[in-house]
Design a protein around this ligand. Structure first.
Ligand code: HDE
Length: 694
């Protein structure tokens, strides 16, 4: 804030207690003598409304909630900073893109879209990836998703999309899922959604962690340099830890086991000092490229393949601090796509333009007034000076007489004349030519809805393609109306015949439904884009992942320690699971404490598991359902498993002993712990999945 603005002493009543300042007061600052008993007339008499202390407490409590976001209600915010590694003055005059090494503070909020605030983290859904950069030139908000395209091309369709995805208005369910009639009805009637439909049915919508997802600004924006020259740009976030998703069956189980799986994962990683990082990448292109590109760069249902326009890495985002107060920071943060700074500008993408209207409007509703920029999480960290004043909850208020301009206060008058516009460094819109008839019409250049949907599908590995076919089958099986199912398969036939057939078979259709009429013949030979696959872009290391070691009485201490060491060397976390949270007695008689009791630490919570116990224990737990599920699920979810031969009775009960493959590591063998952790860098033993499918 500028020095000229007097900061109110707001928040004084929330100071941390120190010395005798720990005495409780009302919100008005009056000391409280008793916070446990309402004022009554006699010990058993009626309560008195006169009790201003109790009334204030209850009044405040009654107003604790603010409206949740209409979309992206469930989210998790983290502080961090962005550091530029390569200046790009030739493309943008923005300070954030020109000062190498300067750390710009940031706040990032990850979210799901459809579910309400209390919905589970592992819903199959798009993830929001919104970052507020507190730059020297004001706040820049990059309000993106973990998927580079969107469902619709024009913002006017957004309320319908969201209504269709959210619980049906009569019954109020289903919550946080798209596996229902209304959603697939809307999608099936909106051919423009087909590319996005492929992405949401891929493993991108069930990420293992926010830390292992990409992020995208989605729209084409502009970068404008000091000479006023403009280039288009698409923004990308590339996770340093590589990408990783879970399997659908795991997602279902994780939602029951730990609905906070993603937020807990982020909190724990940051708490442990394992700060996640993303590179910021730019796909920069000019009008000439836009002219010759097969699709319209203003159409948010299209990507520009990285193989066609490479992603130029210019800096790194590091998330290094958890919030101190969830409500104050994560809940009150107000992202606005229209928050841009000089050197960045909008394109005419009709979805972006609609968003630029919507976000400001939504903040007014959620935060209750126009002064939401005074809330610390939203306040810029650079000087702010303007003549806006008053309104609900005004916290930073100008002083003096001048609250308008032009004015003739200032020098010699003893009054501050206030701020003035600064043409030299102020924001100027890129002077794009604008012409055309005022009409409600969709551009012809937006008419191809299937070509990139196909390109996405053919760029996936066979394992990923199978997951997609299964996801379509799962979701459409929840659709009650056969005609809605059939329409979707009719769309898939334009995308890939094999996929359409697999889904039709999965749905038990006697014959393939008719193709949906086409607006434009799709291009069927777009080249594969390996960048679109998660499995082709894995981390190749176990860093940042979690190993679960299930121990019971008789486990060999040296083997547990060897595993812990190997995992630690790889930068992975380890949790010990045991039949009791108090831990287990090891073979040398010592005791090892557990982080989780077996039914609170199922194998779905880990990226790889080990099972270590004596044969006697393995016999004891071979009828224990959580122990059996631990082993059986690890196998079914294609995880790498380390074991000792003594676990045979348990593994047999889990039905995996006779099926152990190269994804299993016998810790009795020399160097097995290291070999196991190295293999874990592949994250999953996918051969097991394909074997099962054959
Ligand atoms: Fe949003 N979106 N959106 N959206 N969106 C909101 O703003 C909207 C769209 C995205 O963590 C709302 O503060 C319209 C695309 C994220 O706080 C609201 C349209 C993309 C977040 C809104 C879109 C997004 C939001 C609800 C169609 C990816 C959460 C509360 C044109 C590029 C930000 C709020 C956070 C939130 C409107 C489409 C991403 C209602 C009208 C495309 C990450 O203003």
């Amino acid at each position: 804030m500028a020095d000229d603005f007097e900061l109110s002493p707001g928040g004084a009543n929330h100071q941390k207690p120190s010395g005798d300042e720990d005495r409780m007061t009302t919100a008005q600052g009056a000391p409280v003598a008793d916070d446990q008993n309402w004022l009554t007339a006699g010990p058993r008499g009626p309560q008195l409304l006169e009790d201003h202390i109790a009334r204030e407490k209850i009044f405040h409590f009654d107003h604790e909630r603010i409206p949740e976001r209409v979309v992206h209600a469930r989210g998790y915010g983290v502080h961090g900073h962005f550091e530029l590694t390569e200046a790009i003055p030739e493309f943008s005059s923005a300070a954030i893109f020109n000062e190498v090494g300067v750390k710009t503070p940031t706040f990032t909020r990850f979210s799901t879209v459809a579910g309400n605030k209390g919905s589970p983290d592992l819903a199959r859904d798009v993830r929001g990836f919104a970052t507020k950069f507190y730059t020297k030139q004001g706040n820049w908000d990059l309000v993106g998703n973990n998927i580079p395209v969107f469902f619709i091309q024009d913002a006017i369709k957004f309320p319908d999309l969201i209504h269709a995805a959210k619980p049906a208005p009569d019954r109020g369910f289903p919550q946080a899922q798209t596996a229902h009639d209304n959603f697939w009805d809307f999608i099936g009637l909106s051919p423009e959604a087909m590319h996005m439909a492929m992405w949401i049915m891929s493993d991108r919508t069930i990420p293992r962690s926010f830390r292992f997802m990409e992020g995208f600004g989605v729209h084409s924006f502009r970068l404008v340099n000091a000479e006023g020259k403009s280039h288009f740009v698409k923004f990308h976030w590339k996770p340093k830890l590589g990408m990783q998703s879970v399997i659908w069956n795991e997602a279902l189980k994780l939602n029951g086991m730990d609905p906070d799986f993603h937020r807990r994962d982020m909190w724990d990683a940051i708490d442990a000092g394992d700060y996640p990082q993303w590179d910021l990448g730019l796909q920069i292109f000019d009008e000439e490229f836009a002219e010759q590109f097969e699709f319209d760069v203003l159409d948010a249902t299209k990507i520009i393949p990285e193989e066609q326009v490479p992603v130029k890495i210019v800096g790194t985002l590091t998330l290094d601090a958890n919030v101190r107060n969830f409500f104050a920071e994560t809940e009150q943060v107000a992202f606005c796509t229209q928050n841009i700074v000089p050197g960045i500008d909008f394109s005419d993408d009709p979805l972006l333009q609609g968003r630029n209207f919507s976000y400001l409007d939504t903040q007014l509703k959620r935060l209750g007034g126009p002064n939401f920029t005074h809330i610390p999480i939203n306040a810029p960290k650079c000087p702010v000076r303007h003549f806006q004043q008053d309104g609900h909850m005004a916290m930073t208020n100008p002083q003096g007489r001048a609250n308008y301009e032009p004015n003739s206060w200032g020098e010699g008058t003893g009054e501050d004349r206030g701020p003035r516009a600064c043409p030299a460094e102020g924001f100027e819109s890129y002077p794009a030519e604008v012409a055309g008839r005022k009409r409600r019409v969709r551009s012809e250049t937006f008419a191809d809805h299937y070509s990139q949907a196909r390109q996405f599908y053919v760029s996936q590995t066979p394992v990923e393609q199978t997951h997609m076919a299964n996801a379509f089958t799962f979701e459409l099986s929840k659709v009650e109306r056969p005609d809605i199912r059939a329409r979707m398969v009719g769309h898939l036939r334009h995308i890939d015949a094999g996929l359409a057939q697999r889904v039709a078979d999965g749905l038990g259709m006697a014959e393939l439904p008719d193709k949906v009429p086409l607006a434009r013949e799709p291009i069927t030979d777009l080249p594969e884009s390996p960048a679109l696959s998660i499995l082709k872009n894995g981390p190749g290391s176990f860093k940042g992942r979690k190993l679960g070691i299930y121990i019971a009485k008789g486990a060999e201490k040296a083997q547990v320690e060897a595993l812990k060491r190997a995992a630690g060397n790889a930068g992975a976390m380890v949790e010990i699971i045991a039949p009791h949270v108090g831990g287990a007695e090891l073979s040398d008689g010592s005791r090892m404490e557990a982080d989780e009791k077996i039914d609170g630490g199922p194998s779905v919570a880990y990226d790889a598991v080990a099972v270590l116990m004596s044969e006697e224990s393995a016999r004891r737990y071979n009828s224990d359902k959580p122990s059996i599920d631990f082993v059986n699920d690890a196998f079914a979810h294609a995880k790498f498993v380390a074991y000792v031969p003594a676990v045979q009775p348990l593994f047999q009960a889990a039905g995996v002993w006779d099926w152990m493959d190269d994804g299993f590591f016998d810790l009795g063998e020399d160097g097995a712990a290291d070999a196991f952790i190295e293999a874990c860098g592949k994250l999953r033993f996918w051969d097991r999945e394909s074997v099962k499918q054959d």
